[in-house]
Design a protein around this ligand. Structure first.
Ligand code: DQA
Length: 251
Protein backbone atom coordinates (compact mmCIF):
# COMPACT_ATOMS: atom_id res chain seq x y z
CA UNK A 1 0.00 0.00 0.00
CA UNK A 2 1.23 3.51 -0.67
CA UNK A 3 1.48 6.07 2.09
CA UNK A 4 0.10 9.56 2.61
CA UNK A 5 2.50 11.46 4.85
CA UNK A 6 0.90 14.35 6.71
CA UNK A 7 3.16 16.14 9.18
CA UNK A 8 4.98 12.87 9.89
CA UNK A 9 1.84 10.75 10.25
CA UNK A 10 2.29 7.98 7.67
CA UNK A 11 -1.23 6.97 6.69
CA UNK A 12 -1.20 3.60 4.92
CA UNK A 13 1.85 2.27 6.70
CA UNK A 14 1.78 -0.02 9.72
CA UNK A 15 -0.89 0.35 12.37
CA UNK A 16 -4.12 1.98 11.10
CA UNK A 17 -4.38 5.61 12.23
CA UNK A 18 -7.13 6.42 14.72
CA UNK A 19 -9.67 9.23 14.17
CA UNK A 20 -11.88 10.71 16.91
CA UNK A 21 -15.07 12.46 15.72
CA UNK A 22 -16.36 15.69 17.28
CA UNK A 23 -20.14 15.78 17.03
CA UNK A 24 -21.18 18.87 19.02
CA UNK A 25 -23.54 21.77 18.31
CA UNK A 26 -21.92 24.79 19.98
CA UNK A 27 -18.48 26.33 19.54
CA UNK A 28 -17.84 26.00 23.27
CA UNK A 29 -18.66 22.27 23.29
CA UNK A 30 -16.59 21.69 20.13
CA UNK A 31 -13.56 23.38 21.66
CA UNK A 32 -13.99 21.57 24.96
CA UNK A 33 -13.91 18.23 23.10
CA UNK A 34 -10.89 19.39 21.08
CA UNK A 35 -8.91 20.18 24.22
CA UNK A 36 -9.85 16.81 25.70
CA UNK A 37 -9.06 14.88 22.47
CA UNK A 38 -5.70 16.62 22.07
CA UNK A 39 -4.38 14.51 24.95
CA UNK A 40 -5.91 11.16 23.94
CA UNK A 41 -3.99 8.37 22.16
CA UNK A 42 -5.28 9.01 18.62
CA UNK A 43 -3.77 10.46 15.45
CA UNK A 44 -6.52 12.62 14.03
CA UNK A 45 -9.69 14.47 15.02
CA UNK A 46 -12.66 14.78 12.68
CA UNK A 47 -14.77 17.92 12.98
CA UNK A 48 -18.27 16.98 11.83
CA UNK A 49 -19.29 20.50 10.84
CA UNK A 50 -22.81 19.38 9.89
CA UNK A 51 -23.48 19.17 13.66
CA UNK A 52 -22.35 22.79 14.25
CA UNK A 53 -25.19 25.24 14.96
CA UNK A 54 -23.31 27.92 13.00
CA UNK A 55 -22.94 25.79 9.86
CA UNK A 56 -24.72 28.43 7.73
CA UNK A 57 -22.43 31.28 8.80
CA UNK A 58 -19.03 31.46 7.06
CA UNK A 59 -17.78 33.77 9.82
CA UNK A 60 -18.84 31.35 12.57
CA UNK A 61 -17.23 28.41 10.75
CA UNK A 62 -13.97 30.32 10.18
CA UNK A 63 -13.83 31.43 13.83
CA UNK A 64 -14.54 27.93 15.12
CA UNK A 65 -12.03 26.13 12.91
CA UNK A 66 -9.27 28.59 13.81
CA UNK A 67 -9.78 27.96 17.52
CA UNK A 68 -10.14 24.24 16.87
CA UNK A 69 -6.77 24.16 15.09
CA UNK A 70 -5.08 25.70 18.13
CA UNK A 71 -6.89 23.49 20.66
CA UNK A 72 -5.93 20.29 18.84
CA UNK A 73 -2.20 21.02 19.12
CA UNK A 74 -0.37 18.44 16.98
CA UNK A 75 -3.36 16.21 16.13
CA UNK A 76 -4.32 16.05 12.46
CA UNK A 77 -7.59 17.79 11.64
CA UNK A 78 -10.06 16.21 9.22
CA UNK A 79 -13.00 18.46 8.34
CA UNK A 80 -16.23 16.83 7.22
CA UNK A 81 -19.63 18.16 6.25
CA UNK A 82 -21.72 15.01 6.11
CA UNK A 83 -24.83 15.82 4.11
CA UNK A 84 -28.25 14.46 5.02
CA UNK A 85 -28.27 12.29 1.88
CA UNK A 86 -25.16 10.47 3.18
CA UNK A 87 -26.34 10.08 6.78
CA UNK A 88 -25.38 13.51 8.16
CA UNK A 89 -27.32 16.14 10.09
CA UNK A 90 -27.98 18.82 7.46
CA UNK A 91 -28.89 19.12 3.81
CA UNK A 92 -26.95 21.61 1.66
CA UNK A 93 -27.59 22.65 -1.92
CA UNK A 94 -24.79 21.82 -4.36
CA UNK A 95 -23.48 25.44 -4.44
CA UNK A 96 -23.66 25.61 -0.62
CA UNK A 97 -21.66 22.38 -0.34
CA UNK A 98 -18.98 23.68 -2.72
CA UNK A 99 -18.86 27.01 -0.86
CA UNK A 100 -18.36 25.16 2.45
CA UNK A 101 -15.42 23.18 1.06
CA UNK A 102 -13.78 26.31 -0.40
CA UNK A 103 -14.24 28.18 2.86
CA UNK A 104 -12.46 25.41 4.77
CA UNK A 105 -9.57 25.50 2.28
CA UNK A 106 -9.35 29.30 2.62
CA UNK A 107 -8.94 29.06 6.40
CA UNK A 108 -5.74 27.04 5.97
CA UNK A 109 -6.54 25.07 9.15
CA UNK A 110 -7.44 21.59 7.89
CA UNK A 111 -4.97 18.79 7.15
CA UNK A 112 -7.60 16.63 5.48
CA UNK A 113 -10.91 17.47 3.85
CA UNK A 114 -13.78 15.03 3.36
CA UNK A 115 -15.39 15.40 -0.06
CA UNK A 116 -18.45 13.26 -0.76
CA UNK A 117 -18.07 11.40 -4.04
CA UNK A 118 -21.70 11.63 -5.16
CA UNK A 119 -22.38 15.09 -3.75
CA UNK A 120 -19.33 16.57 -5.52
CA UNK A 121 -20.20 14.79 -8.76
CA UNK A 122 -18.47 16.26 -11.81
CA UNK A 123 -16.82 18.93 -9.64
CA UNK A 124 -14.69 16.34 -7.81
CA UNK A 125 -11.44 16.60 -9.87
CA UNK A 126 -11.50 20.41 -9.66
CA UNK A 127 -12.15 20.34 -5.91
CA UNK A 128 -9.31 17.87 -5.39
CA UNK A 129 -7.01 20.16 -7.33
CA UNK A 130 -8.04 23.15 -5.20
CA UNK A 131 -7.48 21.15 -2.01
CA UNK A 132 -4.03 20.07 -3.18
CA UNK A 133 -3.08 23.65 -4.09
CA UNK A 134 -4.06 24.59 -0.54
CA UNK A 135 -1.87 21.76 0.84
CA UNK A 136 -4.85 19.73 2.03
CA UNK A 137 -5.28 15.97 1.49
CA UNK A 138 -8.63 14.69 0.25
CA UNK A 139 -10.64 11.92 1.86
CA UNK A 140 -13.24 11.09 -0.80
CA UNK A 141 -16.21 9.40 0.84
CA UNK A 142 -19.30 7.41 0.01
CA UNK A 143 -21.85 6.08 2.52
CA UNK A 144 -24.66 3.60 2.30
CA UNK A 145 -26.61 3.34 5.55
CA UNK A 146 -29.04 0.75 4.16
CA UNK A 147 -26.97 -1.91 2.45
CA UNK A 148 -23.62 -3.17 1.15
CA UNK A 149 -23.27 -2.95 -2.64
CA UNK A 150 -21.47 -5.89 -4.32
CA UNK A 151 -17.69 -6.09 -4.03
CA UNK A 152 -17.13 -5.14 -7.70
CA UNK A 153 -19.12 -1.94 -7.21
CA UNK A 154 -17.24 -1.07 -4.02
CA UNK A 155 -13.91 -1.50 -5.81
CA UNK A 156 -15.10 0.43 -8.87
CA UNK A 157 -16.20 3.35 -6.68
CA UNK A 158 -12.85 3.53 -4.87
CA UNK A 159 -10.93 3.32 -8.17
CA UNK A 160 -13.03 6.20 -9.55
CA UNK A 161 -12.11 8.21 -6.45
CA UNK A 162 -8.42 7.47 -7.09
CA UNK A 163 -8.81 8.51 -10.72
CA UNK A 164 -10.29 11.84 -9.61
CA UNK A 165 -7.11 12.42 -7.58
CA UNK A 166 -8.36 11.58 -4.07
CA UNK A 167 -5.61 10.80 -1.56
CA UNK A 168 -7.77 8.53 0.57
CA UNK A 169 -10.90 6.88 -0.90
CA UNK A 170 -13.31 6.00 1.90
CA UNK A 171 -16.38 3.74 2.03
CA UNK A 172 -18.83 3.20 4.90
CA UNK A 173 -21.55 0.67 4.16
CA UNK A 174 -24.19 -1.18 6.19
CA UNK A 175 -24.20 -4.98 6.30
CA UNK A 176 -27.48 -6.87 6.20
CA UNK A 177 -25.81 -10.23 6.81
CA UNK A 178 -22.32 -11.51 7.67
CA UNK A 179 -21.48 -12.09 3.99
CA UNK A 180 -21.82 -8.33 3.47
CA UNK A 181 -19.02 -7.74 5.98
CA UNK A 182 -16.86 -10.17 4.00
CA UNK A 183 -17.69 -8.29 0.77
CA UNK A 184 -16.42 -5.04 2.30
CA UNK A 185 -13.26 -6.72 3.60
CA UNK A 186 -12.67 -8.43 0.23
CA UNK A 187 -13.08 -5.10 -1.61
CA UNK A 188 -10.58 -3.54 0.82
CA UNK A 189 -8.03 -6.31 0.27
CA UNK A 190 -8.53 -6.06 -3.51
CA UNK A 191 -7.73 -2.35 -3.37
CA UNK A 192 -4.57 -3.01 -1.35
CA UNK A 193 -3.43 -5.81 -3.68
CA UNK A 194 -4.50 -4.56 -7.12
CA UNK A 195 -4.95 -0.77 -6.78
CA UNK A 196 -2.29 0.28 -4.27
CA UNK A 197 -1.89 3.78 -5.76
CA UNK A 198 -3.50 5.20 -2.60
CA UNK A 199 -4.37 3.83 0.82
CA UNK A 200 -8.11 3.42 1.44
CA UNK A 201 -10.38 3.74 4.48
CA UNK A 202 -13.28 1.30 4.74
CA UNK A 203 -15.78 0.23 7.32
CA UNK A 204 -18.78 -2.01 7.58
CA UNK A 205 -21.14 -0.24 10.00
CA UNK A 206 -23.32 -1.47 12.87
CA UNK A 207 -22.48 -4.14 15.45
CA UNK A 208 -22.17 -6.80 12.75
CA UNK A 209 -19.54 -4.78 10.88
CA UNK A 210 -17.55 -3.62 13.92
CA UNK A 211 -14.88 -6.25 13.26
CA UNK A 212 -13.97 -4.32 10.07
CA UNK A 213 -13.04 -1.29 12.19
CA UNK A 214 -10.45 -3.35 14.07
CA UNK A 215 -8.89 -5.47 11.33
CA UNK A 216 -7.73 -2.66 9.02
CA UNK A 217 -4.08 -3.61 9.03
CA UNK A 218 -4.78 -7.21 7.97
CA UNK A 219 -7.22 -6.28 5.20
CA UNK A 220 -5.87 -2.92 4.03
CA UNK A 221 -7.83 -0.10 5.65
CA UNK A 222 -5.51 2.73 6.70
CA UNK A 223 -7.64 4.61 9.24
CA UNK A 224 -10.43 3.83 11.67
CA UNK A 225 -12.96 5.97 13.53
CA UNK A 226 -13.06 5.29 17.27
CA UNK A 227 -15.68 6.27 19.83
CA UNK A 228 -14.30 8.54 22.56
CA UNK A 229 -17.64 8.62 24.42
CA UNK A 230 -20.06 9.69 21.71
CA UNK A 231 -20.21 7.78 18.42
CA UNK A 232 -20.69 9.54 15.07
CA UNK A 233 -21.87 6.38 13.32
CA UNK A 234 -23.27 2.98 14.30
CA UNK A 235 -20.76 0.33 15.36
CA UNK A 236 -17.85 2.58 16.37
CA UNK A 237 -15.81 0.83 19.05
CA UNK A 238 -14.51 2.68 22.13
CA UNK A 239 -11.07 4.26 21.83
CA UNK A 240 -9.42 2.09 24.51
CA UNK A 241 -10.55 -1.12 22.85
CA UNK A 242 -9.56 0.11 19.38
CA UNK A 243 -6.03 0.88 20.58
CA UNK A 244 -5.71 -2.42 22.40
CA UNK A 245 -6.93 -4.50 19.46
CA UNK A 246 -4.90 -2.56 16.84
CA UNK A 247 -1.80 -3.30 18.92
CA UNK A 248 -2.77 -6.96 19.34
CA UNK A 249 -3.39 -7.40 15.59
CA UNK A 250 -0.31 -5.41 14.49
CA UNK A 251 1.54 -7.37 11.78
O1 DQA B 1 -17.46 8.91 7.10
C1 DQA B 1 -17.28 8.70 8.27
C2 DQA B 1 -17.20 7.35 8.79
C3 DQA B 1 -18.26 7.14 9.82
O2 DQA B 1 -19.52 7.18 9.21
C4 DQA B 1 -18.10 5.76 10.46
O3 DQA B 1 -18.86 4.86 10.09
O4 DQA B 1 -17.23 5.60 11.33
C5 DQA B 1 -18.14 8.23 10.88
C6 DQA B 1 -18.24 9.62 10.32
O5 DQA B 1 -18.05 10.59 11.34
C7 DQA B 1 -17.21 9.80 9.25
O6 DQA B 1 -17.41 11.05 8.61
Amino acid sequence: MSCVNIRGCRIGEGRPKVILPIVERTEAAILEKAVQFSTLPADCVEWRADWFEGFQSPAAIARCIQKLRVALRDKLLLVTFRTKAEGGEQALSHPEYLAFLRLILDTDCADLLDIEFFTAGADLPKLVEQAHSAGVAVVCSSHDFAKTPPRAELVCRMVQMQQAGADLPKLAVMPQCRTDVLELLAATAEMADLHPETPVITMSMGALGAVSRLAGEAFGSAMTFANPGQASAPGQVSLDIVNEVLDALHL
